[in-house]
Design a protein around this ligand. Sequence first.
Ligand code: SAM
Length: 341
Amino acid sequence: MAEEGLAVVVERSRTEAVIDELRAAGIYDDARSVRPDGEDCVSVPVTDVPAGVDYREVVRQVGDARHRDLDDHLRELGWTDAERDAAPSSWAVLGSVVLVEVGDAPRPGELGEALLALHGGANTVLARGPVTGDHREPDVSVIAGAGDTEVVHTEHGTKYAMDLAEVMFSPGNKAERARMGETVEAGERVVDMFAGIGYFTLPMARAGADVTAIEHNPAAFRYLLENVRLNDVTERVRPYRADCRAVLERTDAATDVTADRVVMGYYDADEYLDAALGALSPGGVVHVHEATPEPLAFDRPVERLRAAAADRDRTVMVLDTRRVKGYSEGVAHVVVDARVE
Ligand SMILES: C[S@@+](CC[C@H](N)C(=O)[O-])C[C@H]1O[C@@H](n2cnc3c(N)ncnc32)[C@H](O)[C@@H]1O
C-alpha cells in the first residue's frame, strides 16, 4: 500500500539532530521512513511544515508503506522466524553510523543492509565487538554501507566527534553522561581522570564546571581537544595527555590539581583511588565506576573506597549507588557517589 506525505530535505550529516528537533516540535512522522535524497541528503517525514528548523526544501514522499521495524526488513530478505529471533533487539544510531552487536545473527551483511534501510540517515553499519586494553580500543567491523566511521553524535545538546573505528563510545552510558552534566555546579573544580573523548568532561564543562580532563590514549585525546572546541568550552577545560596518576601526583605549582569533584569513569578505577583522594579537597565528591559481580554490588566498590580513604585518615559518606548498565553475564557496571571528609 503506497503511503505519501510531506518531508523536509536536509544534509545526511544532520539527520539525527533534525529528527531530534522535529520530535521536540511534535511534527516528526515516524510512521514513514527517512529516505535517501540524492548523494548527500535525506528526506525526513513530517506531519507539518516545520518552523525554526533549517531545511533545503519540502517534498512529497510517495512510496511503499514503511517497514515498521527491523523484523519487517529481515522478513523481506527471506529470514526465517528462527533467524529473525536471533537478530539483535537493540542498536545505536550515532551520527551517520549504526553501531550493533551482531551476536548470533546468521548473515551480518544482510542485517547491516536492513539497518541501513531502516535508518535512512545512516551510511555505515558497524558490528561492535569487545573494548580492550587500557586505551579501551574498540574492535569493530563494517558490515554494510560506505564504511565512513567518523561521526559527530549529538546527545542532550553535547556534540561528540569521534572515529568509531578508533575510540570507544558506550551508548549504554547515555543517562550517566547526562547525569554528570546535571550534577555539577557552575565554577566547580572537577578532575575527570579517564576523560576519553570527553564523555563526562563535555556535559560538565557545558554546565559551567572547570574540568581538568586527563586521557592517555592519543586517538581519544585528539578527539577530546576537537570536542572541547566543538562544544565551545575551551575556557573551562584543561586537557592533559598523560597518565592520570602522574598528573595528580605532580606537586609542581603549574599542575597543582585540587578538586571539588573527581570522576573515575574506568572499570579499573580502584587502582587509582589513592591518586584520586590526593587531589580531592576535604568534603569533595568522588564518582567511582566499577564492573562488579552482581552479588558484590555495591559493597565491593564502597569497601575499596573506604579502605583507600582510611589510608589517608579520611572518612567516606556514600551519597548514592547506581547501576549504570549490564556489563556481562552476572556483572554490572555500577557507580558509587561519595563525599570524602
Ligand atoms: C572506559 S573509557 C571511559 C569511558 C567513559 N567513562 C564513558 O562513559 O563512556 C576509559 C578511558 O580512560 C583512559 N585511561 C585508562 N587508564 C588511564 C590512565 N592511567 N590515565 C589516563 N587515561 C587513562 C582510556 O584510554 C579510556 O579512554
